[in-house]
Ligand binder design. Structure first.
Ligand code: UGA
Length: 462
């Protein structure tokens, strides 16, 4: 099938190459000429596993990049809108990009199209797209609007797309849901997983992903409710971790005990420095705002946000209580991305924490395996902030080392080397990557989240 994907961000670009991988012909449209030129010329733009190899396979053949939405509209049967829906000052999602795309499609349409909303949007957006089409003079029979939310995570986006837990298709017409069914058929029939070079993941020919047909409004709510629920799970375990600290219990044991209950499940129960990224903070705020507009009291979501903000402040207090005073302290920071496996720093707790610690008078030397370039654009190096080439260089002569992002490589550091590099062997781990007893045996004072501290019997003399 000929498909157009509008927007070449995380969702759009990944969807475009994955549709090609499923056998479709794809046009990826973006109004940013420099992005389109970069993609045509071999750039990947984002740090995402499997993306470089799939782009190499399909670039300028099964996936074409262009800026001309009118041409893409004329050529394609289905148009996926995957443009940004940033947070406005009131917490609502700003839907002006979605509206602009819908208006442009309306001006270019010459035959029946399915317009598929893939960006995360509030309930009623599909209805607004339909109205926009009609206001621009397009007859009702010439198009359908479908909600097909995406549940991919940054860092594992390609695998999440090709091996989804579920595919949600919110369509109010038989014709549109049949077309969407055909687009996803390579996955739902299990055919894709027979390919010898298929991207590996949890789905298989014997166990393909289910496709759930719903109304458009239900599909829109499924997306927001899923993200809000996951954020709630994280805030819940963060609040429990604080309780564990106060009671001298171990949140890891508590989370394991909770997660073994199949009704709760073990995932998204990792405490830390709070959730971040381009989705959870924005989507929780947008869902709360939708509820407010519909006259529903959903103040539970306000609590989720409050706990998340407090978790960061609590971490700064932890650094302070470990080091006594903060002014003039030299800190090594490992991690800038909002989570491991990505170079994305949008709403990253690590960035917030660095700003808070600098405001308290600390000087920071930071390292991240992928996000340093982006971080330096937001927080340029200066007298109080330097970027190091690896973890050990960051640790050189620091008063303490802070882990703020859960990169796998940070869980396997050369501890004796780190101990030597640091001025004082103190690690404050916001992601619980190490075992407190092991750290104590290695000569560290080790503070983490919701677990008893590890304290070395004998610390190195300096
Ligand atoms: C999230 C959802 O997980 C995806 O299903 C969804 O499609 C996506 O948003 C979206 O709406 O586009 P993502 O933002 O890539 O994906 O990141 P997550 O892996 O969900 O992590 C979000 C934040 O929560 C990170 O800061 C992470 O470190 C934190 N987190 C996650 C925890 O603190 N504890 C956990 O147990 C899990």
């Amino acid at each position: 099938m000929q498909i157009a994907v509008v927007g070449s961000g995380y969702v759009g670009l990944v969807a475009a190459v994955c549709f090609a991988e499923m056998g479709h012909d794809v046009i990826c449209v973006d109004n940013d000429e420099s992005k389109v030129a970069a993609l045509q010329g071999g750039d990947t733009l984002i740090h995402e596993e499997h993306l470089p190899e799939l782009l190499n396979r399909y670039r300028n053949t099964k996936v074409r990049f262009m800026t001309d939405l009118a041409e893409a509209t004329r050529e394609s049967e289905a148009l996926f809108i995957a443009v940004g829906t940033p947070q406005s000052d009131t917490g609502d999602a700003d839907l002006s990009y979605v509206e602009a795309v819908a208006s442009e499609i309306a001006r270019s349409i010459t035959s029946y199209k399915v317009i598929v909303e893939k960006s995360t949007v509030p309930v009623y957006t599909n209805e607004w797209i339909r109205r926009t089409m009609e206001r621009n003079g397009v007859e009702r029979g010439m198009f359908d609007v479908v909600s097909n939310p995406e549940f991919l995570r940054e860092g594992t986006a390609v695998v999440d797309f090709l091996h989804p837990d579920r595919i949600v298709v919110g369509a109010d017409s038989e014709r549109a849901s049949t077309i969407l069914g055909a687009i996803y058929e390579p996955l739902t029939s299990g055919e894709y997983y027979k390919k010898t070079d298929a991207v590996a993941g949890c789905c298989s020919t014997a166990s393909p992903p289910p496709l759930l047909n719903t109304s458009t409004k239900s599909a829109e709510i499924i997306k927001h409710a899923s993200n809000a629920f996951l954020a709630l799970k994280i805030s819940f375990i963060n609040a429990v971790s604080n309780l564990c600290e106060a009671a001298d219990a171990n949140v890891e044991q508590v989370a394991r005990g909770m997660g073994l209950d199949s009704r709760i499940g073990p995932r998204f129960l990792r405490p830390g420095v709070g959730y971040g990224g381009s989705c959870f903070p924005k989507d929780v705020a947008a869902f709360r705002s939708v509820a407010e507009q519909l006259g529903i009291d959903f103040s539970l979501l306000t609590e989720v946000e409050k706990i998340n903000v407090r978790q960061k402040k609590r971490f700064v207090s932890k650094v302070r209580s470990t080091l006594w005073t903060l002014r003039g302290k030299k800190l090594a920071v490992l991690g800038l991305a909002f989570k491991g496996g990505t170079d994305d720093i949008r709403d990253s707790p690590a960035i917030d924490l660095i700003e808070m610690l600098i405001a308290e008078g600390c000087s920071i030397t930071a390292f991240d395996p992928a996000a340093m370039k982006r971080a330096a654009e937001k927080l340029p190096a200066g007298p109080n902030l330097k970027y190091a080439e690896d973890a050990y260089a960051a640790a050189e002569n620091a008063d303490a080392l802070l882990i703020l992002t859960d990169w796998q490589e940070f869980a396997h550091l050369d501890l004796p080397r780190l101990n030597t590099a640091l001025q004082y062997p103190i690690m404050i781990d916001g992601r619980n990557l190490y075992d407190p007893d092991t750290m104590a045996e290695q000569g560290f004072t080790y503070i983490s989240v919701g677990r008893p501290a590890g304290v070395a019997a004998v610390s190195k003399s300096t």
